[in-house]
Design a protein around this ligand. Structure first.
Ligand code: THU
Length: 141
């Protein structure tokens, strides 16, 4: 458990955005609605939801939706991500999302909140130690 450095105002903005995205989740197969909201270093907020496919492996999680949406909008550099679902218990990001989040924000704060209010505060560095990154691919690590 890592203490969050977010202001109450930023936390509220993230929670509202993540809940708004969750409402738009497309999850006819699992029935699980997930919303994620990123706080960028410039203060902007970028949300995403999970979008499932009948070809299950093509499903995209809320966290990666949020990253790709922000990048599409020209925003890079993130301070925090808040993830929420319509089920009880804090849902932690899957392995694929940990990798993508780490590449875009190695010092990211991660906050996961369940429908019952259960909350986990951690960091992407704690969730994905020894992560591979751009420098490894370029032989600069
Ligand atoms: N899901 C997310 O959106 N984020 C996660 O971190 C874990 C899982 C979604 C993907 C799929 O639509 C559903 O939850 C069940 O795995």
């Amino acid at each position: 458990m890592t203490a969050s450095t977010l202001t109450n105002e930023d936390f509220d903005r993230l929670l509202e955005a993540a809940k708004g995205a969750l409402a738009n989740a497309h999850s006819p197969y699992s029935g699980l609605r997930v919303g994620a909201a990123l706080l960028a270093e410039d203060g902007s907020v970028h949300a995403g939801c999970n979008v499932e496919s009948a070809s299950y492996g093509l499903t995209i999680c809320a966290e990666r939706s949020a990253v790709f949406r922000a990048v599409t909008d020209g925003v890079r550099g993130f301070r925090a991500v808040l993830i929420t679902t319509d089920r009880d218990g804090a849902l932690m990001p899957c392995g694929a999302c940990r990798q993508v989040l780490h590449e875009h924000a190695p010092e990211l704060e991660v906050i996961a909140i369940g429908a019952d209010g259960e909350r986990v505060d951690t960091t992407i560095a704690a969730l994905l130690p020894e992560a591979i990154g751009e420098a490894d691919i370029k032989g600069e690590a």
